[in-house]
Design a protein around this ligand. Structure first.
Ligand code: PSV
Ligand code: MN
Ligand code: MN
Length: 388
């Protein structure tokens, strides 16, 4: 029997972090389609994130990407966010957009480039000190395009050295989230291509380093929920970058391409007792909205995560355990599918109503007039984009 009150409590406590860059213009390498009303400054991105929180009630933090969100005064930016009812979340580093990084950042054969890249990681911790952020999210585009281009093992050594220096600079309550990605921009060998490589580096570093799973960063067919289960068991799962993909790193709305996969992932999270924010996993979005309106797309992504979570919470765990222990393959699968096939939208509407929110956040946002206001107000200046 499922305890519905407990399910509602868990859904009320759930948190999803939004990415500042998802509010800006983005596109593919073929074309960036600009949209009216898009933020021009980090402050305007934070204002949009606050609106997402206002309508969902579960997104009280926004992740920054440096230097895309570079400002002179991070304490003032944090105070501004607070005045809008949100906080600054993970600080994402960027050692992939400078010409210097053509052959890599922290794994570059040139020690001067490695120094520059590592200094950026250390600077990001200074920013965390000012914003009060707990999480330093590291993703390295480093890798090589051709066999023989560089020495694979030496690159791992250089990576480990930079990570160690960064880890040593962390404050007591700060931690590294180490992201991996199979390929792109490197095509032959990426220096952190998979969870195993990230996990091994995190183990070497210590307890303040954990793995970030970006759901779009795997080979097709990868069983991501297995990775979740394994890392949870090792206490080394620190974060998600949620998004969905059909082919590669598509960065589409979470739960859009494969809601069943998102459910399976959230089931492992629930099963591992890791949903509660107190457990410490940062459930972030990492998405780009190239052709759809950004704020409602981010709200939709959060609703998709909530729906997957609600279904995961509804799995009849006793019935599942019994079927598993009985070796009843079909019954065990039926228990999982029963939960997945439940329409949880009325339950989530109730949770929102209890919180004093509109039961339909997308509709409430559309009615609010905010979109029209930002289109009217945000004229002039340079619109922010993925990379600006
Ligand atoms: C790389 O593809 C990535 O997933 C990393 O998290 C970056 O920081 C982010 O995308 C930028 O959009
Ligand atoms: Mn990511
Ligand atoms: Mn990505």
């Amino acid at each position: 029997m499922t305890d519905l009150a407990a399910v509602k409590r868990a859904l009320t406590a759930q948190r999803v972090e939004t990415p500042s860059w998802a509010f800006g213009n983005s596109g593919t390498r073929f074309k960036v389609f600009t949209q009216a009303g898009v933020p021009r400054t980090p402050q305007e991105k934070i204002a949009d994130a606050a609106v997402v929180h206002r309508y969902t009630g579960v997104a009280p933090t926004v992740a920054l990407h440096i230097p895309w969100d570079k400002v002179d005064d991070y304490s003032a930016l944090t105070a501004y966010a607070k005045s809008l009812g949100v906080g600054i979340g993970a600080i994402n580093t960027n050692v992939f957009q400078d010409d210097d990084y053509k052959l890599g950042s922290v794994t570059n054969p040139d020690p001067a480039v490695r120094r520059k890249a590592t200094d950026h990681l250390l600077e990001a911790i200074d920013i965390m000190d000012a914003t009060g952020s707990r999480d330093l999210k590291l993703w390295f585009s480093d890798g090589i395009n051709y066999p023989g281009q560089d020495d694979l093992t030496n690159r791992q050594d250089r990576l480990a050295a930079a990570l160690q220096e960064t880890y040593a600079r962390l404050g007591d309550d700060q931690r590294i989230l180490l992201e991996y990605k199979l390929f792109e921009p490197a095509f032959y060998a990426t220096d952190i291509p998979d969870w195993g490589t990230s996990y091994a580096h995190c183990l070497e570093l210590g307890p303040k380093a954990t793995v970030c799973i970006d759901t779009g960063h795997h080979a097709p067919g990868t069983n991501i929920e297995f990775i979740v289960a394994f890392l949870l068991r090792q206490k080394k799962l620190g974060a998600f970058d949620f998004n969905s993909r059909f082919y590669a790193d598509d960065d589409l709305m979470a739960g859009a391409a494969d809601p069943f996969q998102l459910f399976r992932i959230m089931y492992e999270i629930v099963r591992g007792g890791a949903l509660d924010p107190a457990y410490g996993i940062n459930f972030m979005l990492d998405q780009c909205h190239n052709i759809e309106a950004k704020i409602p797309a981010i709200i939709r992504s959060i609703l998709n995560i909530q729906e997957a979570t609600a279904k995961a919470l509804l799995v009849d765990r006793d019935a599942l355990t019994k079927a598993q222990n009985d070796g009843d393959v079909l019954e065990a699968n039926a228990v999982i599918m029963d939960a997945y096939n439940t329409d949880v939208r009325p339950l989530l509407a109730e949770v929102r109503t209890d919180l004093g929110l509109d039961p339909d956040p997308v509709a409430a946002y559309k009615r609010s007039g905010y979109q029209e206001k930002i289109v009217a107000d945000r004229v002039g200046g340079e619109q922010a984009g993925w990379g600006a």
